[in-house]
Design a protein around this ligand. Structure first.
Ligand code: AHM
Ligand code: MG
Length: 342
């Protein structure tokens, strides 16, 4: 039996070290954790609960919504709209900012989330996850009128907390509040997340890369160069063999990198240029970049640090290169060389 630290205990002990902390933040994390437990339950039961398959609609991004996308979004909203910690929410599954219902108390935080990332994997019983990011709501938006989109448009460096839940062989919750990255495993028998992975660190070097190779013909030169060099292995300029993985669930990909290192790329390509990239800045790239940096890794667009970007919209997309520091720096260097030569 694991009698370790529970998530609630961990967050409360961390908060006690912050002078003037009101406990609001701890309560918010608890509500997010409850949402993740409920989603985990839905994902684990799958066909038994009738939650697999398409919802028959597309989201704001024009992507097909799965039933479980819609259910997970609803769970996040319902678990977080009542307690008074939030001024507003934003989700991958909703076009507009979600306002706290009239009559409910409002608080000082903003919550952004992708309720079920990698949901193309849900029907084939492969790992999926939830990703979230917490910001402080700027002063004037906290109590008066609807919270405007501009309240959310803060660079990733301003995140108070970021995390993800991975619904894999076990359900895990990974968290950072800017003091390193800690991981909790859900004990399904007692319904608690328990601290199992303390202070996770990403090795600076790696022999493993992750990218959707089917986009090769659309990539930019620096990405082709990097991947070509990896594939040439011992015979190529890198002088060593590389391994490749592609789960198509960013949460599973980032979790592997936190566990054993690696580099993950969803770079700019010709197909994506008009959209700005594939992954969403505010509820995918920013929280994952915060986690990766807090574990000693790096995260860039190929050109600059993701966390420094000034967002222009809540659904903005960006190219993403993240993971083991030395590889991310190499790939970014290749982009900058190409840019300088142009
Ligand atoms: P989603 O938010 O619609 O699930 O899309 C994001 C996912 C990431 O988890 C994953 O890295 C990527 O899309 C996979 O894309 P592809 O299907 O092009 O391989
Ligand atoms: Mg997503």
């Amino acid at each position: 039996m694991h009698l370790g630290t529970t998530l609630t205990q961990f967050i409360m002990e961390e908060q006690r070290r912050v002078p003037g902390a009101t406990g609001e933040f701890s309560a918010l994390i608890n509500d997010i954790a409850t949402a993740c437990k409920m989603i985990s339950n839905g994902v684990n039961h799958g066909g038994l609960l009738g939650v697999l398959g398409a919802a028959g609609a597309t989201n704001v991004q024009g992507e097909e919504q799965k039933k479980m996308d819609v259910i997970s979004n609803e769970i996040f909203l319902k678990r977080n709209e009542w307690a008074g910690h939030l001024a507003a929410m934003a989700s991958e599954e909703m076009d507009e900012v979600y306002q706290i219902p009239a009559g409910n108390p409002r608080g000082k935080y903003l919550l952004l989330f992708d309720p079920l990332d990698g949901s193309s994997n849900i029907d084939v019983n492969v790992s999926v996850g939830s990703i979230f990011s917490i910001l402080r709501c700027p002063g004037e938006s906290k109590t008066e009128g609807p919270t405007p989109v501009r309240a959310f448009l803060q660079p990733g460096t301003q995140q108070v907390c970021a995390g993800y839940a991975l619904y894999g062989p076990s359900t895990m919750l990974m968290l950072t509040t800017g003091q390193g990255v800690n991981g909790f495993t859900l004990d399904p028998n007692v319904g608690e997340f328990v601290l199992t992975h303390e202070r996770m660190t990403i090795p600076a070097d790696t022999n493993e890369f992750a990218i959707n190779m089917s986009n090769y013909r659309f990539w930019e030169t620096p990405v082709r160069r990097y991947v070509d060099e990896c594939i040439q292995g011992k015979q190529g300029p890198r002088g060593r063999d590389f391994n490749m993985r592609w789960v198509a669930s960013m949460v599973a990909e980032v979790h592997r990198i936190l566990t054993r290192g690696g580099v993950f790329m969803y770079p700019m390509d010709e197909k994506l240029r008009d959209k700005g990239g594939k992954l969403r800045l505010m509820y995918e790239a920013n929280p994952m970049s915060f986690i990766v940096e807090q574990a000693g890794g790096a995260a860039t667009t190929g050109r600059g640090r993701i966390l420094d970007l000034q967002p222009a919209g809540i659904h903005q997309r960006v190219p993403v290169v993240l993971g083991s520091r030395n590889e991310v720096e190499r790939i970014t260097g290749y982009h900058l060389e190409t840019q300088a030569a142009a």
